[in-house]
Design a binder for this molecule. Structure first.
Ligand code: PEP
Ligand code: MN
Length: 364
């Protein structure tokens, strides 16, 4: 994918003193008192650069708290006046954009349930023409990188240059430890396509539960994310939305203190060592592919042999044996069992594809 967007660096719209950007606040602004007490706690902690609050809430099912709407926007203005911190909220319709501007909300974000729909994203882009505010775009609920990138193209097409990505994880069909599967590789791929767009982790919506916030936050920092958006509520257990994943402002401060921030700048020695190790990886990866190519050539011969003897491509008992022996070899080599399993599933699929191709060719 070849994508070029005009973007401004994060430092052009917020000064974090070189630290990761921290956006914190309740999932939803519920009452003036709840919102202001929460953001006062956050401001007191001194760790946040921007306040967040859901004003309009996209809910999976009707009947849940759907946000206060416009009536909450003066509270955001009050919070900004009191704390000096800029505010942010989710926008999902052109009317939300108009109201957020009317009440001077500083940063807008597009939610995961909106990013999935190009019609909605285009409506938002049209409504954002001429606005000079940072716009953060959450990944779509489904793991579709092109859809996420497409949303950036649409919003950038409206002339928005202060852009950021929020990685909040992806819906999972099966029972899963996390509410939304991080699928970190999608965010890493995003970075390779749009390296200038800052990446902000949303461990709250990935985790779904407070107890997983620290490990997900650490992971995002290990991947050198530019910032975090985390939900905080004065009384999480009583929150009207996302009660299980929020932290009090104090607990959030403690959690952030426990996170190790990896260095982003390196000395010369470090760079040399890094280059040397990377060169070794390059060589090993090349060898890996050479071995794979050699394996494919044997697979091809096997396909020809099966074809000439009229034997089916897939022999289940053989595959089961392959599966077991590779799992055992991997274990002996201290490789992560699930990785070995996934790898051989892929290799096996490719072998079947190759053999099927050979089967359908005429003998030479
Ligand atoms: C939110 O940030 O409160 C929210 C609704 O998140 P998402 O769009 O990621 O589900
Ligand atoms: Mn939430």
């Amino acid at each position: 994918m070849n994508v070029e967007l005009k973007t401004e660096p994060l430092s052009s719209w917020i000064d974090t003193g070189g630290k990761p950007l921290i956006i914190a606040g309740p999932c939803s602004a519920e009452t003036e008192e709840q919102y202001l007490e929460t953001v006062r706690g956050i401001a007191k902690g001194g760790y946040a650069h921007v306040l967040r609050a859901g004003v309009w809430k996209p809910r999976t099912r009707p009947g849940s708290f759907e946000g206060v709407g416009e009536a909450a926007l003066p509270w955001l203005q009050k919070a900004k006046a009191e704390t000096g911190l800029p505010t942010s909220c989710e926008v999902a319709t052109p009317e939300h954009v108009e109201l957020a501007c009317k009440y001077d909300v500083d940063v807008l974000w597009i939610g995961a349930r909106t990013t999935v729909n190009p019609f909605n994203v285009q409506d938002l882009a049209d409504a954002m023409k001429g606005i000079d505010k940072p716009v953060l775009i959450k990944n779509p609920v489904n793991p579709d990188l092109a859809l996420w990138i497409g949303a950036f193209e649409r919003i950038a097409g409206a002339g928005i240059t202060k852009l950021g990505a929020i990685h909040r994880g992806f819906s999972n069909a099966q029972e899963n430890k996390y509410r939304n599967s991080p699928m970190w590789q999608i965010a890493v791929e995003f970075k390779s396509i749009l390296p200038d767009v800052p990446m902000i982790g949303d461990p709250s919506h990935m985790a779904g539960k407070r107890e997983y916030l620290a490990e997900l936050t650490q992971r995002a920092m290990d991947l050198n994310y530019d910032g975090l958006i985390i939900e905080s509520h004065r009384n999480p257990a009583e929150a009207w939305s996302d009660a299980a994943q929020q932290l009090t402002p104090e607990a959030l401060g403690e959690m952030l203190k426990s996170i190790e921030i990896r260095k982003a700048t390196y000395g010369e020695d470090f760079q040399d060592n890094l280059d040397r190790l990377r060169a070794r990886l390059d060589n090993l990866d090349r060898e890996l592919l050479e071995v794979l190519a050699a394996r494919m050539s044997v697979v091809e011969q096997l396909g020809e042999y099966k074809r000439d003897n009229n034997v089916a491509v897939l022999q289940l008992d053989r595959w089961n044996k392959v599966h077991e022996s590779r799992a055992a070899w991997g274990k002996g080599l201290k490789l992560y069992p699930e990785t070995v399993e996934e790898l051989f599933k892929l290799i096996h699929m490719e072998s079947i594809r190759k053999q099927t191709e050979v089967m359908n060719q005429q003998p030479a």
